[in-house]
Design a protein. Sequence first.
Length: 201
Amino acid sequence: MPAVALPYCQQLHAQYPFQFRVVRPRRTRFGDFRVMPDRSMHITVNADLNPYAFLLTYVHEVAHCAVYRTYKRPGPPHGKIWQTMFRQLMAPLLTDAVFPTDLLPLLQRYFLKPAATTAGHPALRQALRQHDSSVTQSADQQCVVEVGEPLWTLPDGQPFVFQKKTFVRGKLRRTRVVCKEVRTGRSYAILADVRVEVLTE
């Protein structure tokens, strides 16, 4: 995470105690919060996130922990109580000392009503991704399924590779695109702004 944010994050850890681990990347989540049978609380965050996405995910999960410790019950996972807590915990971090200027306006808009993921905020997801060190391949080799800009939008029927599987692009359904895996014929709802390898003849 950004070094300037570390003391605050350590403060959160002391205020809402939990066991913390950085884990291998998972396909379906960036982080999680769990209450174990012995009532201990555990937070994990994926190791492959860039510093800004890591910080956002860390505080997202701490907000779950804070809700549980404050109200002695989990409540709706991403309901109004969690939204308020997440917004409050992030407020001291939403400065240009922590986040670059390209992210701040998008984060401020997101925190008007924070969601379970940034999938419903493609501009924020895309801006966060620009800070990934892995985003170094040329535009003709990498493409996103859909971000609302023609330059980066795959046409229906376009084959592509994602997570070592070959798919054909289908129809957009809100924040996901229904795509068919070529080998099995099964349909998958893939986030609309993920990066994929485009297959060309």
